[in-house]
Ligand binder design. Structure first.
Ligand code: ASP
Ligand code: MG
Length: 404
């Protein structure tokens, strides 16, 4: 007998028939004698609609009220799923974040979980009741509802699995696992049976939208065994595991892309110590994450600083930089939202040279210009014009021998 957290994403609970299907799958696990806790997302599209409502009323909305609004999607599905389980004769009840409590910090809109009180839920699971937990939400130090950032119910599920000391956290979604790349772009992409936490982390953070990045970080830290699988198909998915558990290590495990970033160039700033701090400290103060950074030095003692931020943060980044214009001393700022970041990821890169070279050569052969580059131990990312996204992904998928 195992203890399992089952998490269902928005497409898996998109309508009442799908919620009934979820209830059947949950009950099937419980019928096998497992202790089960469920975490649900909002019905597909609902969170976007709620976010849209806030933005329409005010572009600079109060983040605490935003959380009050957008957290409701999960409240609805937790109650509906509990009802569907009860209809099958299965004891179940819904739990909101504040009831458990899922305690978070006070960063409304992108709060981090600090602790989860698991005892009550464990006790009820022992008695055969299934807790159906509203994902994505918690309660902050200000005693108000918080949300965990878009895609945050994955993190709710992993954190709950850690708090409940679950044997496994199964993340049910509309794909049956993690692929070598997006099958919508490369139809012969392969499903991976296993992937390491680190690879998954890199893939998640560079745009493979299967799992929220933070959920993978947490799984790695807490050693939660995560499985990604489909709620529509039977059969195993992809297990996210320790590196030791992966026997056949590919040099490149997967290729990801992201169109969520925008490029910002601060032109002709003085090339002197402290200039990077002058540019990036105001962005950090505005809670804006910067990703890729390139600095070009011109002969006249000035430099251009190019970097990327999330597309949603672009307007605020430009505002923060313009407010700091006196300290930075730039000539102008250019911005370009029409960019894509393409990344190749694999733990095998640690021991194999030439991965970056193959990437640059492959893109050059297709006439694709590289606007920025970043690397980590197991990843190489390039920024290219958004129109080349598909071409670049397909070419790289073949170049690294990933085609099925
Ligand atoms: N419903 C939230 C979102 O769409 C959380 C989640 O689905 O993970 O971002
Ligand atoms: Mg999701």
């Amino acid at each position: 007998m195992a203890r399992i957290v089952m998490k269902f994403g928005g497409t898996s609970v998109a309508d009442l028939d799908r919620i009934r299907n979820v209830a059947r799958r949950v009950k099937a696990e419980a019928d096998q004698g497992h202790e089960v806790a469920v975490v649900v997302s909002a019905m597909a599209g609902v969170t976007n609609q709620l976010v849209g409502y806030c933005q329409s009323l005010s572009p600079l909305f109060d983040a605490r009220e935003y959380d009050t609004v957008v957290s409701t999607g999960e409240q609805v599905t937790s109650g509906l799923t509990a009802i569907a389980l009860q209809e099958l004769g299965q004891d179940a009840r819904s739990w909101q974040g504040w009831q458990i409590a899922v305690e978070t910090d006070g960063e409304h809109g992108k709060a981090r979980i600090e602790s989860i009180e698991g005892d009550e839920l464990i006790e009820r699971m022992r008695q055969g009741q299934i807790p159906v937990v509203a994902g994505f939400q918690g309660i902050g130090p200000d005693n108000r509802v918080t949300t965990l950032g878009r895609g945050g119910s994955d993190t709710s599920a992993v954190a709950l699995a850690a708090a409940l000391k679950a044997d496994r956290c199964d993340i049910y979604t509309d794909v049956d696992g993690v692929y070598t790349t997006d099958p919508r772009i490369v139809p012969h992409a392969r499903k991976l049976s296993r992937i390491t936490y680190e690879e998954m982390l890199e893939l998640a953070s560079v745009g493979a939208k299967v799992l929220q990045t933070r959920s993978v970080e947490l799984a790695m830290k807490e050693r939660v065994r995560v499985q990604v699988l489909s709620s529509f198909a039977e059969g195993p998915g992809t297990m996210v595991v320790d590196e030791e558990e992966v026997v056949e290590k590919e040099i490149v495990a997967g290729i990801a892309y992201s169109r969520d970033e925008a490029k910002v160039t601060v032109r002709r700033v003085p090339d002197r110590p402290g200039i990077a701090a002058a540019v990036f400290v105001p962005l950090a103060a505005a809670n804006i994450n910067v990703d890729m950074i390139v600095q070009n030095v011109a002969a006249d003692g000035t430099t251009d600083m190019t970097f990327t931020v999330g597309k949603a943060d672009m307007a605020r980044a430009l505002q923060a930089l313009n407010q700091a214009k006196a300290e930075i001393g730039f000539a102008e700022i250019n911005s370009d939202p029409n960019v894509a970041k393409i990344s190749v990821v694999g733990v095998g890169m640690r021991s194999h040279a030439g991965v970056a070279g193959t990437m640059f050569k492959t893109l050059a052969e297709r006439g694709i210009n590289i606007q920025a580059i970043t690397t980590s131990e197991i990843k190489v990312s390039v920024l290219v014009a958004a129109e080349y996204t598909e071409l670049a992904v397909r070419a790289l998928h073949s170049a690294y021998g990933l085609d099925a």
